[in-house]
Design a protein around this ligand. Sequence first.
Ligand SMILES: [Zn+2]
Length: 285
Amino acid sequence: MEQLQQAEQLIDGYAKIHTIQVANAEIHQGHLVLINREHPIRQEVSTDRLLPLSSFPAIHTLSENMLLDRTCLQHLADLLEACEGINDIIAVSGYRTRMEQEQIYESSLAENGAEYTACYVALPNKSEHQTGLAVDVGKRNIDVDFIAPVFPDSGVYMTFKQLAAGYGFVQRYKEGKEAITHISCEPWHFRYVGYPHAAIMERNDWCLEEYIDQLRSFPYEDNHLVFEDERACVAIYYVPAAGEGTTTYTTAIPVVPCDRYTVSGNNSDGFIVTAYRDKGSQADV
Ligand SMILES: [Zn+2]
């Protein structure tokens, strides 16, 4: 009883639940957007979200002027440093415009044929690369295959893979998930979804399609998906977009008491709230 009262007092130390109004068009933005055949790009990423890889001169890139989402790029730089792979790993492909994706698709069709292209190259407007949240990485070598770079299961490449989730990255197209993703296993393609989402996906062996679907069973009104590590306790829940259509409506998104939160659209039908309570703060009960 005493403990309970204490807990209540501490929770009262937080701001009460508040609500934010978000335009439904925002379901097409955020780090958790699902992009695939069924869920194409609906909104071009705004250029102020993108940052050139040249702002991290230590990162090797296959071509000049590569861009990535700024949060994704910062975490990629941290991951490359953590795995000590900065000299052995090359960034092969990052953000692509629709036109670039079209050109890649067309030239792969001509060079590699329809079957290969269907396995490894997403159709224009159905590629995650158009969000700036996906990066292809490869073994730094004289010959780097642009479509399917080599990314071994050993050494710094393995360490990169093992540490990726801690920096918010998942290997997006894994073996065994082809029936869901419709893309063959791509050991080189990493997608930024943010932490702890990447860790949760990894732990449960969920690809992004499965994770986005699972999140619908954690609505605001019911149990939230709770993730805890030594730094924070994180509550994750789903809020469906209100009304019909995504152009004129707004959705009232309730935000639970927390130290900080993020909201991402799922590019389909709603929003995902990620609410962090840092340990050592009021949440440390
Ligand atoms: Zn890729």
